[in-house]
Design a protein around this ligand. Sequence first.
Ligand SMILES: CC(C)(COP(=O)(O)OP(=O)(O)OC[C@H]1O[C@@H](n2cnc3c(N)ncnc32)[C@H](O)[C@@H]1OP(=O)(O)O)[C@@H](O)C(=O)NCCC(=O)NCCS
Length: 168
Amino acid sequence: MKRIEGRTDRQEYERRIAPRSLLRILWQKQLHILARVTIPLGARLAIYRAMGIRIGHGVFVGLDTYLGCQFPELIEIEDDVTISFRVTVVVHDDARRMSGVIPGQLEGTVAPVRFRRGCYIGAGALILPGITVGEGAVVAAGAVVTRDVPPHQVVAGVPARTIKETDG
Ligand SMILES: CC(C)(COP(=O)(O)OP(=O)(O)OC[C@H]1O[C@@H](n2cnc3c(N)ncnc32)[C@H](O)[C@@H]1OP(=O)(O)O)[C@@H](O)C(=O)NCCC(=O)NCCS
């Protein structure tokens, strides 16, 4: 499947860049429900990978974590990343067009989300489309991440702001 680097028109993406059948979408969503409640970590990660999410080595993803079931291939999780339970990762935005914010359905944009090596995402955090969480960064529990997180920064709150640097 072709990769996109940044925010892309959703219809362009679905029709020309990465078309998929209705059956494929239903299968992805079914796998997503299964992954979120599968207790053995290895099996859980295998199901997320089967959806199309790119997951490196030494990764932990907690239970009931929502990883963009509509466009899972837009999520990249590098080695040694921890994503705690009940995190939500969103890769499409039906209110945001390339040219502004307009309410509506199915005419928005998609944008990849990347978790760089060794970053840590606290429980219940929400990661919005297009975000890169930098290497070794920490996202606090419950944060809403609206901007890229620089490497080795600790961010918290709504919207997430830097509160300190990591010690390691
Ligand atoms: C981000 C985190 C690592 C920071 O830990 P810490 O360095 O010990 O932080 P502190 O308790 O010293 O707090 C530093 C400041 O950040 C604030 N803060 C800490 N966590 C916060 C959060 N989740 N949301 C908002 N603010 C937070 C504190 O209130 C404090 O602010 P203050 O200086 O104005 O009082 C930690 O709070 C956290 O969220 N850990 C994730 C836990 C988790 O999700 N576990 C799941 C296990 S699978």
